[in-house]
Design a protein around this ligand. Structure first.
Ligand SMILES: Nc1ncnc2c1ncn2[C@@H]1O[C@H](COP(=O)(O)OP(=O)(O)OP(=O)(O)O)[C@@H](O)[C@H]1O
Ligand SMILES: [Mg+2]
Length: 303
């Protein structure tokens, strides 16, 4: 009994995988992030939502150490990353997998080679081992072996997202950051991407950090929502808590999104009968624009 209690309090005391403390970022006179306090909980889906120009991409860049705070700090597993050497920072970056806005697959490589890319770059595994690992991930994510030899342009937008997730998972990250995962997708593909994000957490035990401006999607996937308005987190909590936070700016943002606030359910085991769960699993081709983001499972130089 005592042991159980001790284990529980040790767990409670463990630092969150991602924490921001009074995080401020200025570019010249322009304060982009203004004292952001944020905890992302382990193995949950944490969504940071905000309108255009709210500072989402800047926050993402700070989380993976591509920018340094003006003041305050970013802690990854309890470690302040600002003073780290580039080498130590690279080790921290290996805790992250990145899912880019437009999947950022390399068009000249097959699906197989895209997913194998991080293993070829960062491990000395044999081709046979690489083949086995890539196939495992593709199957786990519901991608049949026949897609292996196709090129990114030959599969649907939803499939490309899955391939991007498979690639992000290849080096077994602890945390996956999704940059605007549903932007530019049709509603049905958006649902399949929401389910994919939930699956990453459930089946691979990752902590999801989602940067989004899509309120409907946020309510389907989030355990915790953090609303970023003009560089400040103005509301934080479960979707219900955020809905009831009583702030005009949050209410306006939610109302403008057109979400039916009386009918908010997270997909997953706690809402098996929720409307989102009953959506058909249809993959539609989407006209995603090409992207210049780099073809790795790693943080980009310019997200
Ligand atoms: N390197 C930089 N130098 C100067 N200003 C910057 C820099 N990076 C971002 N900003 C400014 O910070 C503000 C927030 O930008 P950011 O890209 O973080 O917003 P966002 O929430 O990601 O917006 P969007 O939804 O449009 O992508 C903007 O006014 C932007 O011009
Ligand atoms: Mg942005």
């Amino acid at each position: 009994m005592k042991k159980k209690k001790a284990a529980r309090s040790a767990e409670e005391a463990a630092p969150p995988p991602v924490r921001c403390v009074a995080l401020t970022k200025r570019f010249g006179e322009h304060t982009v992030l203004d004292g952001v306090d944020l905890d992302c909980r382990e193995r949950e889906t944490n969504v940071i939502i905000g309108g255009s120009g709210a500072g989402k991409t800047t926050l993402l860049r700070l989380l993976i150490g591509l920018e340094k705070p003006t003041s305050g700090r970013v802690e990854i597993d309890g470690v302040d990353i600002a003073p780290l050497s580039e080498r130590a920072l690279n080790e921290v970056r290996h805790k992250f997998g990145m899912c880019f806005q437009y999947a950022a697959l390399l068009d000249s490589l097959t699906i197989f080679d895209n997913v194998a890319f991080p293993l070829r770059e960062h491990t000395s595994l044999s081709e046979k081992e690489i083949r086995a690992k890539v196939r495992d991930k593709l199957v786990a994510l519901g991608l049949e072996s026949r897609v292996e030899d196709l090129y990114p342009a030959e599969v649907s937008g939803g499939m490309r997202k899955r391939v991007g997730l498979a690639r992000a998972l290849m080096l077994d990250p602890k945390i996956i950051i999704y940059d605007e995962p549903t932007s530019g997708l049709d509603p049905i593909t958006t649902h399949t991407v929401d389910e994919m994000i939930e699956q990453a957490r459930r089946d691979f035990g990752v902590t999801n950090v989602v940067i989004s401006h899509d309120m409907a999607s946020t309510f389907r996937i989030a355990h915790r929502v953090h609303v970023l308005v003009r560089g400040k987190i103005v509301a934080s909590g479960t979707p219900q808590e955020v809905l009831e936070c009583g702030r005009d700016d949050v209410r306006e943002f939610i109302e403008a999104s057109g979400v039916d606030t009386a009918n908010v359910h997270r997909i997953g085991k706690d809402s098996a009968d929720a409307p989102a769960a009953s959506q058909p699993h249809v993959e539609l081709p989407t006209g995603e624009p090409p992207t210049g983001e780099p073809p790795t499972g790693e943080p980009p130089a310019e997200p």
